[in-house]
Design a protein around this ligand. Structure first.
Ligand SMILES: *[C@@H]1O[C@H](CO)[C@@H](O)[C@H](O)[C@H]1NC(C)=O
Ligand SMILES: *[C@@H]1O[C@H](CO)[C@@H](O)[C@H](O)[C@H]1NC(C)=O
Ligand SMILES: *[C@@H]1O[C@H](CO)[C@@H](O)[C@H](O)[C@H]1NC(C)=O
Ligand SMILES: *[C@@H]1O[C@H](CO)[C@@H](O)[C@H](O)[C@H]1NC(C)=O
Length: 511
């Protein structure tokens, strides 16, 4: 199953291996990035690629990227248009997908892997040097002039001492499977947006990591899995996915051969795969969806579809951008040498409680909110916990909390409900070492069931919320707490993307 590829056996400390059933996801490791950085010196002195002259026009080679594998597809950067990119793009186009020249000069949009030093970065899109192509310029044609090869293979081809080249460059294909093929679709399907402005960065971050982690193959015949890097964030992006699939089917044989099986996409929207229309879901029934939302049954009050198909789709942790990542990293007590602070309080939640954004007040009847608008918010879980437990000693269930960070270090349990779709607290509180309390019926959590959530969290059915305090009391014995906290130290490593937060828990990044 695909999740088992993504979530891999722990290879950290012995203690951690015992505590954590299944571990490091390839997305989460730091190895890839290091390898790429070190490898670059080696590779840029290489060469060894062949450019087929004349596949694209000279104009295209000068201004754009020529995909030589597809017989000379000219990929324009965002500010250019036309067959061989000789026209200027319309200003409205730039406004929608890029930024002003002024802004770009001050704060340039990033390019995937900085174009692997084989191209230049223009408004967030690589313009690859002649002979190189792919979203980060890591592809080129091999000696036969037809089969595409990746960076590592290029290094080997560069020198006669292939042996020496491969041992001196830390960038190399992973030995363990899976091997993943990434379709090099035109920008308009995948990267035609400003990566600095997108609020959920997983698509971009994953993309950047794929190459560095050594799982990518240049030849689709060798792949176990195929990634269609369509940007999927909103409902309408679903239609673009259908267009992207059409493009993929026209240019490569594998989608039709596998009838869409072993192909995967990301959707980072609130309700993941449930966010696209039924038509899109049906047309892509064999795809594996990676999303943040694990709802397995329809939830009518909020109009939520049964988005997640266990065994087919994978719930992945929310991606905190580098700012959030660093702010958490600085405070987390999960570093192996950090002192274990005693946690004296019981249950913490701070955030929106009422669907209508009002401040809940015990003077009102259930659900304590000003109106019943959006009462299906968080499946009613936040409202329920507040209603029954807001005034209990050792409990803090509030909408605003100026002591949030110290509280996250001082409470034993932290409520991690859903929101207007997926929540992010299960990830945040885990990073802070607070045991997640999951009140979210029919919603699977990141990497569940491959990751054993029962080992480090507690799940309480919504029907049992009234007696929640008794359950927590029963589960808060010193040994039981310690056992879960040990397991959480390991599990939390697999919910954070080291690329944005750094390896602050000293995860070794091997897998
Ligand atoms: C790209 O280059 C910039 C500036 O040198 C650097 O800060 C950034 O980390 C690089 N990004 C990647 C993915 O290598
Ligand atoms: C999904 O795969 C099955 C075979 O496993 C095939 O019969 C069906 O047509 C495929 N559905 C779609 C929507 O591609
Ligand atoms: C909300 O609905 C409940 C029944 O579920 C009702 O008792 C309550 O009065 C309603 N509140 C408001 C403000 O309409
Ligand atoms: C909370 O409980 C105390 C007694 O334990 C009571 O005096 C107080 O009025 C309660 N406050 C609210 C807001 O319900």
């Amino acid at each position: 199953m695909f999740a088992e590829y993504l979530v891999m056996q722990a290879s950290t400390s012995q203690a951690c291996r015992a505590a954590c059933l299944i571990c490091i996801c390839l997305l989460l490791t730091a190895t890839g990035a290091w390898a790429l950085e070190e490898g670059q010196e080696q590779l840029s002195s290489g060469g060894g690629f062949r450019s087929k002259p004349g596949l694209c026009t000279e104009e295209c080679y000068k201004r754009a990227t020529c995909n030589e594998e597809l017989g000379g597809r000219c990929d324009c950067p965002k500010h250019l248009a036309g067959e061989d990119c000789t026209r200027k793009a319309a200003p409205s186009h730039l406004a929608a997908f890029a930024q002003t020249a002024q802004r770009e000069a001050r704060d340039p949009m990033p390019c995937l892997n900085n174009c692997t030093r084989r191209g230049t970065c223009a408004l967030g899109a690589c313009v690859c040097a002649r002979g190189h192509f792919g979203s980060d310029c890591s592809l080129s044609l091999g000696p036969d002039g037809a089969t595409p090869v990746l960076l590592a293979e290029q290094a080997l081809l560069a020198g006669q001492e292939g042996e020496a080249a491969s041992s001196s460059t830390p960038y190399k294909p992973r030995e363990k499977r899976p091997r993943i093929y990434v379709y090099d679709v035109p920008h308009k399907y995948s990267s035609w947006y400003n990566p600095m402005k997108i609020d959920r960065g997983l698509h971009w971050a994953f993309w950047e990591r794929l190459l560095g982690s050594g799982v990518m193959v240049a030849n689709g015949e060798e792949a176990d899995w195929y990634w269609i890097p369509a940007k999927l964030r909103s409902t309408s992006d679903g239609y673009r996915l259908l267009e992207t699939i059409e493009y993929v089917r026209q240019h490569w044989p594998w989608y039709d051969r596998l009838q869409g099986h072993r192909h995967f996409v990301f959707h980072t929207g609130d309700t993941g795969r449930g966010e696209v229309t039924g038509l899109v879901r049906d047309a892509t029934a064999n795809l594996t969806w990676l999303h943040h939302w694990g709802l397995t049954r329809e939830y009518k009050p909020s109009g939520w579809k049964a988005a997640h198909r266990p065994g087919k789709d994978v719930v992945v942790p929310i991606y905190f951008g580098s700012r959030q990542g660093h702010s958490v990293a600085a405070l987390s007590g999960l570093h192996p040498r950090a002192p274990r602070l005693p946690r004296t309080q019981t249950l913490l939640f701070a955030g929106r409680i009422c669907g209508d954004h009002s401040e809940p007040s015990p003077t009102r009847p259930w659900p304590h909110c000003a109106t019943n608008r959006s009462s299906g918010y968080s499946q009613g879980a936040r409202q329920l916990v507040h209603y029954h437990h807001h005034n209990r000693t050792g409990y803090k269930i509030v909408t605003h909390n100026s002591d949030y960070a110290p509280d996250l270090l001082n409470y034993k349990w932290c409520l991690a409900p859903s929101g207007g779709g997926h929540g992010h607290r299960q990830v945040l509180v885990s990073l802070m070492g607070c045991l997640p309390l999951i009140v979210s019926d029919d919603v699977m959590q990141p990497f569940e069931p491959e990751m054993d959530w029962a080992a480090f969290s507690l799940r309480v059915a919504q029907a049992d919320v009234p007696s929640l305090h008794l359950t927590l009391q029963a589960e808060s014995g010193e040994q039981a707490l310690r056992r879960r906290q040990d397991a959480l130290r390991c599990a939390a490593q697999h919910m954070v993307f080291s690329s944005s937060s750094g390896a602050f828990m000293q995860e070794d990044g091997r897998w």
